[in-house]
Design a protein around this ligand. Structure first.
Ligand code: NDP
Length: 446
């Protein structure tokens, strides 16, 4: 770590000492952006990054609700409104027992850069709760979502802050949240994205993060005169992002070897084809089952309990489950097996040592804030359609998504290439920073 980064991190650590994920995300940005700032007269000496690491507002609130047994339960809800320099706060809601201030601040911080990269006018935010949706009935989920929104509704709005889904928050939860917001405010507005198609949602929004990640990987492969066609692909997760990443890999002629959840991974030597993927989507989205059930249905597959899939030989790896799920050791296994491209579908799934190893080996590596930006970009397109009161076709939205991902890719190349190698982390951080920093400078010290 150079002196500039060390001094900066000392300041940030003093104020956020109990927030390891947040510090990890900030350090990665500081390592790539501080030297750039020092070289630019317009940014130097303005403490822009120091301002960016402090949330404009961090809200924490009680959510009490009654379970099916009539017991009163208490959870904690949060909304981090990180930066609104280029537009209203925008970012998902996560419902998972691990949720705390550190995780949400890291996600909100990443979101500022990601949203800037999309070139759409969206600031960054994130929120959620330590509520665990697993094993809850639909009625419990509804009561929780309604009580969560009863408080959150005071802090959000179509021109202020527009939440969306994330881990544990899918179409069902967005429906319940939207219903309560509408009741409280007595207005039908685009206050959440990821809505159902018949009530303001956008085509391609469910697919967008996974598809976008694969479009980004394809653009990276093209820089090496390669493509997804014929590539073997290891994917972690089996939720929204993993499912549609797998679908797009299949569209482009790749072979999906693995999927996972928090209980372990399945390896299908024959590949997860379209029919098997439809089974997974039904299992996960409708039956709310476990990925281990895949091997009961398909004998070509094995289930590895409690393990992650990074030891399986592949050309391309797409971590699509959660933060810090791929360690330095895992990176070594991937490199040892000949992996040439890693694109993050999840947020910060690769630990810093893993990213370091990928860079050292000079393989293609895309950080989530660039490669998974397709989800929020399509949320931005959902907001535009809501404001204009129109609906674009599937093809129109998909084409816009492809253009946005290509644009993000090219921006990363422009800012991150040195001696013929593109460091996409550096490219994404600087490209994302510049737009937000320019807006902050124009708006003065607020
Ligand atoms: P889902 O809830 O739909 O799926 C999450 C998947 O990851 C599940 O398979 C889940 O398994 C697994 N998972 C979650 N936590 C862990 C853990 N601690 N260890 C191992 N596996 C775990 O979420 P999404 O697919 O929406 O999100 C996945 C990632 O993508 C997250 O990092 C999210 O922030 C990021 N992302 C999502 C976007 C979106 O549009 N949805 C946009 C941009 C980024 P299990 O069911 O066992 O918990």
């Amino acid at each position: 770590m150079n002196q500039r980064v060390a001094s900066f991190m000392e300041l940030v650590k003093a104020r956020n000492s109990h927030e390891p994920e947040f510090l990890q995300a900030v350090q990665e940005v500081a390592e790539t952006v501080l030297d750039y700032i020092a070289e630019q007269d317009i940014y130097n000496g303005k403490n822009i990054l120091l301002r960016m690491v402090e949330p404009e507002r961090a809200i924490s609130f009680r959510v009490s609700w009654v379970d099916d047994q009539g017991e009163i339960q208490v959870n904690r809800g949060y909304r981090i409104q990180m930066n609104s320099a280029i537009g209203p706060y925008k970012g998902g809601l996560r419902f998972h027992p691990s949720v705390n201030m550190s995780i949400l601040k890291f996600l909100a911080f990443e979101q500022v850069f990601k949203n800037s990269l999309t070139t759409l006018p969206m600031g960054g935010g994130k929120g959620g709760s330590d509520f665990d949706p697993k094993g809850k009935s639909d009625a419990e989920i509804m009561r929780f979502c309604h009580n969560f929104m009863a408080e959150l509704s005071r802090h959000i709005g179509p021109h202020t802050d527009i939440p969306a889904g994330d881990i544990g928050v899918g179409a069902r939860e967005i429906g319940f949240l939207f219903g309560m917001y509408k009741k409280i405010k007595n207005e039908f507005t685009g206050v959440l994205t990821g809505k159902g198609l018949s009530w303001g949602g956008s085509l391609i929004r469910p697919e967008a993060t996974g598809y976008g990640t694969v479009y980004f990987a394809e653009s990276m492969l093209q820089t090496k005169n390669e493509s997804m066609e014929g590539k073997s692909v290891v994917i972690s997760g089996s939720g929204n992002v993993a499912q549609y990443a797998a679908e797009k890999v299949l569209h482009l002629g790749g072979k999906v070897l693995t999927l996972s959840d928090s209980s372990g991974y399945i390896y299908d030597k024959d590949g997860v084809d379209a029919e098997k993927l439809a089974f997974v989507m039904d299992l996960k989205n409708n039956k709310r089952g476990r990925i281990s059930e895949y091997v009961e249905k398909y004998s070509s597959a094995e289930f590895f309990e409690g393990e992650t899939p990074w030891g399986v030989a592949c050309d391309v790896a797409l971590p699509c489950a959660t933060q810090n799920e791929l360690s330095g050791e895992d990176a070594e296994k991937l490199l040892g097996n000949g992996c040439i491209c890693v694109a993050e579908g999840a947020n910060m799934p690769c630990m810093p040592e893993a990213v370091h190893k990928f860079h050292e080996a000079k393989i293609l590596f895309a950080p989530g804030k660039a490669s998974n930006a397709g989800g929020v970009a399509t949320s931005g397109l959902e907001m535009s359609q809501n404001s204009l009161r129109i609906s674009w076709t599937r093809e129109e939205v998909d084409n816009k998504l492809k253009d946005i991902m290509k644009n993000i890719h090219d921006n990363c190349v422009a800012y991150g290439t040195e001696d013929g190698y593109t460091n996409y982390v550096k490219g994404a951080n600087i490209a994302g920073f510049v737009k937000v920093a320019d807006a902050m400078l124009a708006q003065g010290v607020v």
